[in-house]
Design a protein around this ligand. Structure first.
Ligand code: FDA
Ligand code: NAP
Length: 443
């Protein structure tokens, strides 16, 4: 997959999760129908050794939080051969799936779908390869015509990939409470299943789970089901787990059209909309799971042995390893009373933060325009607004919640966004001098 004569790629993609996979699919479909001169070359680098979508959270029975119709392509082109339905047909499960009467397949099945699609475009991908930095390529007259991306493979060997445009889809980075570091006994939920699989000796008699989002509820549920003799303590600041708002009108915040509305809106309107609809995504849990956890907790009260303990309205103060476990100090918010809880393992299901694109760009970060809060300015076509003279583009798949709204880190708009980014790449290739902030969709 190297470029003849060391010619730059049209696109180097950083990360190969669902976002850049959707772009690779759009690219594959474009190249299949384009004349040879109009085809685009691309190399996506992915740090994992093979395709994987949040593998550490592929908990048995956990379901998708988005309709299968919001797969890699359907909203861009329902007739594509990369739809979830095409996958089902190829796997011989189309009829069985229909009888299942659900829009929300298990995450395990969706992972299999994504892997199936990734295998069909793997000629674009270098697995086991991490992008470590990106430097601008200059034309000698003060202009920037591309990027030189330094990548490192699993052996530590580095090489440079040159690209006209960069598409950064590095996903979300796990976030731990301030002062807390991951260790053998303090985990982020991202690593749950891998950590459990690598555990030696008897499992802990008590587990602590911090957080009240979907991840926290799934982790508490999984540990409680998997270790029938263990106590699972859930600590969070809310009074109770709160349901995700997946009602139909609110769901419109995930529509492709909502991106247009959001991008054009004044800053205070953007903030207000994000605030109104946080409950569609953040710190919330599927109602079915909340009810299941409550049912279990009540049943344990009836039986007189409470293994699922909900420490609500509590703020975590400190998480510290002891010789034989972890001690979590927390405060009961209504009284300010301090408590300590010893457990074998603490799982922090404390959310994520966006990928640090400016960190990746290093010195080239100075080419990016920022707003008064230091956040990158991003055009409607997902390209970072750059200083004059930069003809190369840095597109963002993720990290655009402040400019494009709540779908930034989600699957909902992935198919449409991939088409818009490809449309912009093609339009700029045809007319490199043109600034094209508006999205150009490729269907
Ligand atoms: P994602 O994080 O999936 O992929 C980024 C990739 O980039 C990773 O594979 C990473 O290894 C790689 N990478 C990062 N830095 C790199 C570098 N420097 N060099 C090379 N590779 C690098 N959303 C939704 O809409 N519906 C849902 O059902 C769910 N379900 C869900 C479950 C769980 C457990 C989580 C944690 C999250 C979700 N989400 C979700 C939200 C989630 O963000 C979304 O499903 C996608 O993973 C977003 O895809 P991305 O490709 O943007 O990121
Ligand atoms: P999240 O929704 O951001 O929730 C993070 C939780 O951690 C919140 O309860 C937050 O509490 C708490 N928290 C954050 N910082 C803390 C700190 N310093 N101390 C104590 N508590 C802290 O994260 P998530 O649950 O991982 O969900 C992230 C995304 O993944 C969402 O899009 C979600 O839908 C998705 N997801 C999907 C599935 C699925 O498809 N089945 C499964 C898991 C996750 P406060 O609210 O009090 O700040």
């Amino acid at each position: 997959m190297s470029q003849p004569g060391d010619r730059p790629y049209d696109i180097v993609g950083v990360g190969f999760g669902p976002a850049n996979l959707a772009l690779a699919v759009a690219l594959e479909e474009h190249n299949a129908r384009a004349a040879p001169a109009d085809r685009l070359t691309a190399a996506f680098v992915e740090r994992q050794p093979g395709f994987g979508w949040h593998r550490g959270m592929l908990i048995e029975g956990a379901t998708m939080q988005v309709s299968f119709l919001k797969d890699l392509v359907t909203l861009r082109d329902p007739a594509s051969g990369f739809t979830f339905l095409s996958y089902l047909k190829e796997k011989g499960r189309l009829v069985d799936f229909i009888n299942h009467k659900t829009f929300f397949p298990t995450r395990v099945e969706f992972h299999d779908y994504l892997s199936w699609a990734a295998a069909r475009v793997e000629h674009f991908v270098r697995y086991g390869t991490e992008a470590v930095s990106a430097a601008p390529v200059e034309d000698g007259e003060g202009g920037v015509t591309g990027f030189a991306v330094t990548v490192r493979d699993a052996s530590g060997a580095e090489r440079v990939l040159r690209a006209r445009d960069l598409v950064v889809g590095g996903g979300l980075q796990p976030s731990l409470p301030e002062g807390v570091e991951a260790s053998g006994r303090v985990w982020h939920n991202r690593d749950l299943l891998t950590r459990l699989a690598g555990m030696e000796g008897p499992p802990p008699a008590r587990w602590t789970v911090i957080g009240a989002g979907q991840s926290a509820a799934e982790v508490a549920d999984h540990l409680h089901r998997t270790y029938p003799d263990a106590e699972v303590c859930a600590i969070f600041a809310r009074y109770g787990y709160s349901p995700a708002d997946d009602s139909p009108f609110a769901n419109r915040i995930f529509d492709p059209a909502a991106v247009d509305d959001f991008h054009g809106a004044p800053e205070e309107v953007k903030e207000r909309l994000l605030d109104y609809h946080r409950g569609t995504n953040y710190s919330v849990v599927d109602l079915d799971l909340i009810e299941e956890l409550y049912r279990r907790s009540y049943q344990e009260k009836v039986l007189g042995r409470e293994r699922l303990r909900i420490l609500n309205a509590c703020r975590v103060l400190d998480v510290r390893e002891t010789p034989d476990g972890v001690r979590t100090a927390y405060e009961f918010l209504p009284t300010g009373e301090r408590h300590e809880l010893d457990s074998g393992v603490v799982v922090c299901a404390t959310g994520y933060r966006p990928y640090d694109v400016l960190g990746l760009l290093g010195p080239a970060a100075g080419l990016c325009e920022r707003d008064e809060r230091g956040r990158v300015r991003v055009e409607r076509d997902y390209r970072i607004r750059t200083v004059p003279g930069v003809r190369a583009g840095v597109y963002l798949q993720g990290g655009t919640e402040h400019t494009h709204g709540i779908t930034s880190s989600l699957l909902s708009n992935g198919a449409v966004r991939a088409g818009e980014i490809l449309g912009s790449l093609l339009a700029r290739r045809a007319d490199p001098a043109a600034a094209r902030p508006e999205a150009v969709a490729v269907g």
